[in-house]
Ligand binder design. Structure first.
Ligand SMILES: *Cc1c(COP(=O)(O)O)cnc(C)c1O
Length: 352
């Protein structure tokens, strides 16, 4: 018997229809930003039940332009969860504003508004690993609220898509995200005025007037790939949810998961287990590795945004603890039942 294949941590789900959609663009010959990008934008307006959508080259560009469109600028304070990727810092700095990292809640791994003192000019609220964040409370604490839906696209609460509560929502189509164009992003904006600002910024070429603008455009090739997958977001959601349900049942004693992981309609973008302590987390990691199952530490200590900013750990006890005990298991929509079972068996056979 040959060696068993390694189960990857994540994998894009590209089928024959997706490839045909890309091929159609290539055959047509209009491969830059065009009609397909506009169709993708229309799909996102529908997803958000109104407003305006502007496709861009990445999730980071989407964050930067959302801040710009909503008038966030030099000297303004922007709250961000400290347990997030550096893209948030990059976007806030690009806008010239000041990032204010906030600690997270251990139940949800989302920004904990209870840890935010007073109000801020703006907030980027991530629905971490697909767990819907507390938008209603945060809206009252921030002048501008941007929902970062990079993990939650296709997820819903009580049948309503995540990402409709803020002034803006942003999405990423990077290779490892819910649906992918290799790279790419989308800004959704409630206000036409904010949309006009970023639309103008993206249209950098052949303008009668000059002011700094930038090429943040998505191509029709990428848009075709994303739009084709967008059509089966429901399936992406239900397949991921099915794997999450199996894992939740096989969870070793003493381990935790995000509070809402099994909630109906939630996007199980990542299945992150929380070990009782770091030693047990490391033991599980080695145990999975021996069984040729990939796992990753979703956010390392050095990546915490307060650490990048040189802020001390005292204000961030939850994030500082979570980085030691968290481990992300393989989950993706094209995962076979046999592979999901292999992970479940490994979990059940783990006795630290
Ligand atoms: C991936 C990601 C981004 C940045 O998106 P890119 O397309 O990689 O630039 C921003 N926020 C979150 C939460 C992400 O996961």
């Amino acid at each position: 018997m040959g060696a068993i294949s390694k189960i990857p941590h994540n994998k894009p789900w590209i089928n024959g229809k997706d490839r045909a959609a890309v091929d159609a663009v290539l055959k047509l010959g209009w491969i830059a930003q065009g009609e397909v990008v506009r169709s993708l934008e229309a799909a996102f307006v529908e997803l958000h039940d109104g407003g305006e959508a502007c496709a861009v080259s990445s999730g980071t560009a989407a964050l930067a332009l959302a801040l710009y469109g909503l008038g966030v600028q030099s000297g303004m304070r922007v709250a961000v969860p400290t347990y997030a990727c550096s893209a948030l810092l990059n976007a806030v700095h690009w806008a010239g504003a000041k990032p204010m990292p906030v600690d997270i809640s251990r139940d949800t791994l989302n920004l904990d508004p209870g840890r935010l003192e007073g109000t801020v000019d703006a907030m980027i609220l991530v629905h971490t690993f697909g767990e819907p964040a507390p938008v209603d409370i945060c809206r009252q604490r921030a002048g501008v609220l941007i929902e970062d839906c990079c993990h939650s696209l296709g997820g819903a609460v009580d049948g309503i898509s995540v990402g409709r509560s803020g002034d803006a929502a942003i999405h990423s189509f990077y290779a490892t995200k819910v649906i992918s164009g290799g790279q790419g992003g989308m800004v959704w904006l409630r206000s036409k005025e904010a949309f006009d600002r970023i639309h103008d910024y993206r249209q950098f070429d052949c303008r009668p007037d000059y002011k700094p603008r930038f090429n943040f455009q998505l191509t029709d090739i990428q848009a075709a790939l994303v739009l084709s997958q967008f059509g089966r977001l429901d399936q992406v959601q239900s397949r991921r949810a099915a794997v999450a349900k199996l894992y939740a049942r096989a969870l070793p004693a003493g381990f935790g998961v995000q509070k809402g992981i099994l909630n109906s309609g939630r996007m199980a973008y990542r299945f992150v287990v929380l070990a009782p302590d770091q030693q047990v987390r490391e033991a599980l990691r080695r145990h999975l590795e021996r069984r040729r199952i990939s796992s990753i530490i979703p956010v390392e200590r050095y990546e915490l945004l307060h650490r990048y900013l040189g802020l001390g750990p005292e204000m961030y006890p939850e994030a500082e603890r979570i980085v030691d005990i968290s481990l992300s298991l393989p989950i993706y929509p094209s995962m076979s039942e046999a592979d999901a079972e292999r992970v479940c068996n490994a979990l059940e056979e783990f006795h630290p």
